[in-house]
Write a protein that binds this ligand. Structure first.
Ligand code: NAD
Length: 259
């Protein structure tokens, strides 16, 4: 167990699975008290229980990142339980592939709502809590290489992740006067349940050639990421080591798109 996040309370949205679960475990190992906020409460509780069993402090809450009242309630719960909020990871996300000419309004709206509007709401409500408690705080967003270059079979996801990068920059500028930093990291291809579902849907579209195996073939370091590859950067962005960094997006993609 480390001490880099001792005394900090950290909310991780989408913390029940994949990258978010790894971040929740990682920040707990550094001494943080963790709130796992996810649509899937049962899976969130399993992650929280495992953290507690390893000697950490964690609790799970059911929350939809697109529902402002639910986000506010989760923050209130974190503060009631642990006394304050220090770091908010806007990590929840999803993808729903469609060929470019087939993309519907419904698909676009859903993907933008979860991945982009969810980040705006989370940033706003976390910042309001930091202001109310009168202490600096950090927001850390999960962007993607898909926000740096547009992928044809999931254009709305690419657009949403580009929005995450813009919201990171705008949020950093808006909140810096209050001592709040807003940063992001941009993973490449990470082996998580998100890809299991995506690969099935791409295969159903007849687009299996743009799936996990094909994307992972273009990585300089020779392998896709696992969630634990993301954790050291997440801890860095949550800890005081990154106090002089704001508005930045750190790529974690093994040498892939290089932008
Ligand atoms: P995952 O599917 O394993 O986990 C995502 C979690 O988010 C799930 O527990 C899910 O229940 C939760 N979630 C989804 N919609 C939600 C909502 N509206 N409100 C609250 N929770 C919600 O996926 P992952 O790969 O760990 O993805 C985590 C983040 O990383 C996402 O933002 C994703 O876009 C991003 N990302 C993933 C990859 C990758 O290759 N896996 C690459 C770049 C970026």
């Amino acid at each position: 167990m480390g001490t880099r996040l001792e005394g900090k309370t950290i909310i991780v949205t989408g913390g029940a699975s994949g990258i978010g679960a790894a971040i929740a475990r990682g920040v707990a190992r550094e001494g943080a008290k963790v709130v796992i906020a996810d649509l899937d409460l049962a899976a969130g509780r399993r992650v929280a229980d495992a953290i507690a069993a390893a000697g950490g402090a964690a609790v799970a809450v059911e929350m939809d990142v697109t529902d402002r009242a639910a986000v506010r309630a989760a923050i209130d719960m974190a503060v009631a339980r642990f006394g304050r909020l220090d770091v908010y990871f806007n990590n929840a996300g999803m993808n729903s592939p469609m060929r470019f000419l087939d993309i519907t309004e419904k698909n676009f709206e859903l993907v933008l709502k979860v991945n982009a509007l969810g980040v705006l709401i989370g940033t706003q409500e976390a910042a309001k809590q930091f202001l109310a408690q009168g202490s600096p705080g950090k927001v850390v967003n999960t962007a993607s290489i898909a926000g740096r270059t547009g992928f044809p079979n999931f254009a709305p996801y690419s657009a949403a992740k580009a929005a995450v990068i813009s919201l990171t920059q705008a949020g950093a500028r808006a909140l810096a006067p209050d001592g709040i930093t807003v940063n992001a990291f941009a993973p490449g291809v990470v082996d998580t349940p998100l890809w299991t579902k995506l690969d099935v849907e791409l295969a159903e579209m007849g687009a299996a050639d743009s799936g996990f195996a094909s994307m992972a073939g273009d990585i300089l370091l020779g392998r896709p990421a696992v969630p634990d590859d993301i954790v050291p950067t997440a801890i860095f962005l949550a800890a005081s080591d990154s106090d002089y960094i704001t508005g930045q997006v750190i790529p974690i993609e093994g040498g892939m798109i290089l932008v």
